[in-house]
Design a protein around this ligand. Sequence first.
Ligand code: GTP
Ligand code: MG
Length: 278
Amino acid sequence: MPTRAIHWYPGHMEKTFRQMKEALKRVDFVIEVCDARVARSSRNPELLALTEHKDRMLLLNKADLADPDVTAAWIDKNKEDGVLTVGTNLHNRSDIANIRRLILEANKARIERAKARGYVSRPLRLMIAGIPNSGKSTLINRLAGKSSLKTQNKPGVTRQLVWLRAGKDLELLDTPGVLWPKLDTEAEKCALAASGAIPDDLLPKEEVAACLLNLLLADYEQILREKYGMQGDVTLHELAVSQHLILSGGEPDLFRTATRFINDFRQGSIGRLSLERP
Ligand SMILES: Nc1nc2c(ncn2[C@@H]2O[C@H](COP(=O)(O)OP(=O)(O)OP(=O)(O)O)[C@@H](O)[C@H]2O)c(=O)[nH]1
Ligand SMILES: [Mg+2]
């Protein structure tokens, strides 16, 4: 679907890329954190290019909000492509233990080599990278067992690269979320905005909500109809009517409808839904 591309690439992202490139020299292993609901478009191609020479692992994070069958399909596909991938919910303690186990397993040979050379106490150095708001700082806080880093459900919270120790075996580098300069398709732009990777004030809410509704309609029409009690067409207009969100002049209140609908999606209150399939 060709469309107006959005150019959102604040200055700090360019600086972040430069700093990440420099920091990578000291990094053993990269963890890319993407959003399981948007498992294709939440992977930044420029980040992939920057880190491709490093051993790596991919988290399909916020898997608690995504369609479990779709997440499983993405894991299978990535496995075929040779990408070590795991679906995660960072609010789940056993997922954190599993991530730690996978990191140590993936770095087993490196750890043994370091031991053989006498570097018994050198921790593994991990870079945590990904698009804005995907859960990078949350992951580090959880692995470290303390809330040292600021986290919030909006993009652009982390502004600097920060190293943090997690136990005696891991050193973790938090990085600011990075998008790429040009988002090409309406669907990609909408999926990233709806999932919270692009600041809300950058795109009209009504536009994002209408596009989100369309994306969801393809696979989840019945769920949408049941949740909102919609009988006729599934449009933002009809959603406003079914939710009794009407302006004083009798017109549907599309802004309030859009805001509520996007929030429902972000909170998972419509159901566990994914916007992209392999
Ligand atoms: N539902 C759900 N929410 C999560 C999960 N992981 C993180 N979050 C939430 O996602 C929001 C963003 O988390 P952060 O750790 O600040 O994300 P970030 O990637 O560091 O974001 P930037 O610093 O802006 O790039 C927070 O509200 C977290 O609580 C998860 O697995 N499931
Ligand atoms: Mg952060």
